[in-house]
Ligand binder design. Structure first.
Ligand SMILES: [Zn+2]
Length: 145
């Protein structure tokens, strides 16, 4: 009795696609873990459902997360955001939960691509071959203020 490779293929399809997406997202999360730490990443996962995108392109991501805006300019390697945690950590280039949630809410392939860039930037040697990301604190605009 020989195992048929067709059996596995016949039961694959959509479920396999979902598994693959989950796997890619997991890879993205592991890369993001290099740019923040476990506690923030866990909180970020709970915020993913609250992320709404104004723009979600390969080069630029603009999102709103729980009253905060997150701008990720992939081309210029710049993240703009304004929560207290982000402002406190901006000099160390650590991600807060809002930024991490925004990235995890992207399509898996896109999330992985940005996470790779970020992790690469975080590992950037002093030699400066890899351009580090810039974290810019932005404040929220208040109408009439
Ligand atoms: Zn934040």
């Amino acid at each position: 009795m020989s195992a048929s490779p067709h059996d596995a293929a016949a039961t694959g399809g959509a479920a396999e696609g979902r598994d693959q997406a989950a796997e890619i997202l997991q890879q993205a999360a592991e890369l993001l873990a290099e740019c923040t730490e476990a506690g923030r990443l866990a909180r970020a996962r709970k915020l993913v459902d609250k992320v709404t995108f104004a723009v979600a392109d390969d080069e630029l991501v603009i999102a709103a997360v729980a009253n905060y805006n997150v701008v990720v300019n992939v081309t210029e390697r710049r993240i703009q955001h304004g929560c207290r945690d982000f402002r406190g950590q901006a000099s160390e280039r650590r991600l807060c939960k809002h930024v991490a949630a925004t990235l995890l809410a992207l399509e898996p392939q896109r999330a992985l691509a940005v996470a790779r860039e970020l992790a690469e930037g975080a590992r950037a040697p002093v030699s400066g071959i890899v351009v580090p990301w810039r974290f810019e604190a932005i404040t929220r605009f208040t109408p009439g203020g």
